[in-house]
Design a protein around this ligand. Sequence first.
Ligand code: PRP
Ligand code: MG
Length: 209
Amino acid sequence: MTFSSFDWVVALPKGRMMQDAYRIFARAGYPLPAAAGERELWHAGEGVAVLELRGGDVPTYVDLGIADVGVAGRDVLLEAGRDLYEPVDLGFGACRLSLIRRPGDGAPVRRVASKYPRFTQAWLRSRGLVADVVKLSGNVELAVLTGLADAVVDVVQTGSTIRAAGLVEVEVLAHSSARLVVNRSALKLKRAVLWPLIERLREAARAGG
Ligand code: PRP
Ligand code: MG
């Protein structure tokens, strides 16, 4: 199997944003092939292949040119720090990256846990703060509850996770939503395919819904 036989390859994030991603491509006039079997990793359609990835891997696949385009949250892009063309704010997946602590904890931050260690380190530096950053992979709020860290940097969407944990959002560090990302050389080599796609997705995002 070679993916280069497809006109274009799109990388989509598994999980919360997947359905919205399928929906906006369809509304833009590019209905994407969906999973036929339960454990399918990728789907072939008319000239297009869809790769189902962990969200954090989308920038990697697009930057290395395996996928021409992808959908990724701005939070993930900030962490990845890759040089991707980011032409469209797709509008869904709105959330924020925030500093989260125990209520009333005003002590200096000494150890921060996060799925976003690079972003967290850069933010600490920009504030002139020195603290250890511990990389975790999920349920990061537990780090504060258990005393592993005295703060976490994590996604807040509805706020229900931190509320249930009895934690508070101390500061919003970045706002995020889903973005279309494009490989820079594919943008030139496949411009006949990719520019109309970008334009149609931009219109679909503007129309909303
Ligand atoms: C994400 C995120 C927060 C939560 C925010 O966790 O890390 O914990 O959603 O959403 P909310 O404000 O609407 O509660 P998720 O459970 O998706 O994955 P995880 O395993 O990385 O924690
Ligand atoms: Mg969570």
